[in-house]
Design a protein around this ligand. Structure first.
Ligand code: TXA
Ligand code: MG
Length: 339
């Protein structure tokens, strides 16, 4: 199969492919998604095949408006009304209880709930409207690899396996949406994202977080939490900005190429290293979040790089989501200055 690159002006062709049961990757403000018509079970099955995704890991249902969600759920709580008013379209995914049979088991992974999201990308909102049904969309990467923040990332992983990708340039946030479980009595964040706990609490009051590291034999709330994630070929070391000099000295002794993933201020200290081994995260937590996955993918193109020193940020605000993804990509391995 030849994978087409659709421009925003070619949306009708992209919508026609989705209606015909094909897979089309779509842009969002977080990462690119791998789209299929959520009401077409055969199409949704292809999503798991193309990604190599375990079949018990349910998919997010992307909708163009709140009214569509109400058609499928058995209960739309007051908290959901307040949160969608405050944050939709945007990077907040809500888990809600479904009417029996609302979606196939392929969409829900056999759960009685589904994850709903209204992405803040006009091209994709138009695409969903043209399709006339919600579209499922996991991140459009090969399972286990960093999520795609550029159409070229999607093509790298899925070219030849999907009908097309709608190219809308780089995504804005760069990290996947916050997943909030509203299907239980106590709302809980299952995955941190750009909509922060403090922002959610300012609308609905205190909530819990439930995005700890899930052990292999544990049943996680979000099935995706138990799988290996964002793993580049090299070993990532989470490194504090102040420890980079010590970390570079340590890495140099290993006599092996290594890569830096850091802010411009940190990189400026190491201009003697090859430019290809100095990937910039910009100058803030916002730019670092935008470029983290691109940086991890950059080093996957350089097989000689076996070690990446990646910059830590304070785990507050957007930094909670950034450190969650960086932690997973590193298998929670930190560079310790006294090693
Ligand atoms: O920003 C995003 O959310 C992106 C863009 C494309 O929208 N999508 C995304 O999808 O990250 P995915 O499939 O890579 O991650 C969805 C996460 C998984 O961890 C999955 O297990 C969890 O949400 N999830 C989906 N449905 C669920 C449900 N009914 N209950 C609990 N967790 C659910
Ligand atoms: Mg994903």
């Amino acid at each position: 199969m030849q994978t087409k690159v659709f421009k925003a002006s070619q949306l009708p062709a992209a919508a026609a492919a989705l209606v015909a049961g094909e897979l089309v990757s779509f842009p969002t403000e977080t990462v690119y998604g791998l789209g299929a018509d959520a009401t077409n079970e055969a199409a949704v099955k292809k999503v798991y095949q193309a990604k190599g995704r375990p079949s018990d890991n349910p998919l997010i249902v992307h909708v163009a408006d709140v009214a569509t969600v109400k058609k499928y759920v058995s209960n739309f709580p007051e908290t959901a009304a307040k949160l969608t008013a405050a944050f939709w379209p945007g990077s907040l995914t809500l888990i809600l209880p479904l009417k029996p049979g609302a979606f196939s088991k392929t969409v829900t992974g056999g759960l009685s709930t589904a994850a709903f999201r209204n992405p803040n990308n006009q091209v994709t909102l138009d695409l969903i409207k043209q399709v006339g049904h919600p579209i499922v969309g996991p991140s459009a990467n090969t399972s286990g690899k960093p999520s795609p923040t550029l159409a070229s990332h999607v093509l790298h992983d899925l070219s030849g396996k999907i009908a097309g990708v709608v190219d809308d340039g780089p995504t804005g946030v760069g990290l996947e949406s916050t997943v909030l479980d509203l299907s239980t009595a106590a709302p809980a964040i299952l995955r941190p994202g750009a909509v922060t706990q403090a922002q959610i609490e300012s609308v609905i009051g205190p909530i819990a977080t439930n995005h700890h590291q899930v052990k292999a034999d544990e049943v996680p709330k979000a099935p995706g939490m138990k799988y290996k994630h964002y793993a580049p070929n090299a070993q990532v070391y989470i490194t504090q900005a102040k420890d980079f000099e010590a970390a570079v000295n340590w890495a140099q002794k290993k006599q092996q190429p290594f890569g830096l993933l850091a802010t411009d201020a940190v990189l400026a200290q190491f201009t003697s290293l090859p430019v290809n081994y100095r990937f910039s995260l910009g100058d803030s937590i916002v730019s670092a979040s935008q470029h983290l996955f691109d940086g991890l993918r950059h080093y996957d193109q350089l097989p000689e790089v076996k070690l990446i020193l990646a910059q830590a940020f304070p785990a507050e605000g957007l930094g909670v989501a950034y450190m969650n993804r960086l932690g997973k990509s590193a298998g929670q391995v930190h560079f310790k200055a006294d090693r």
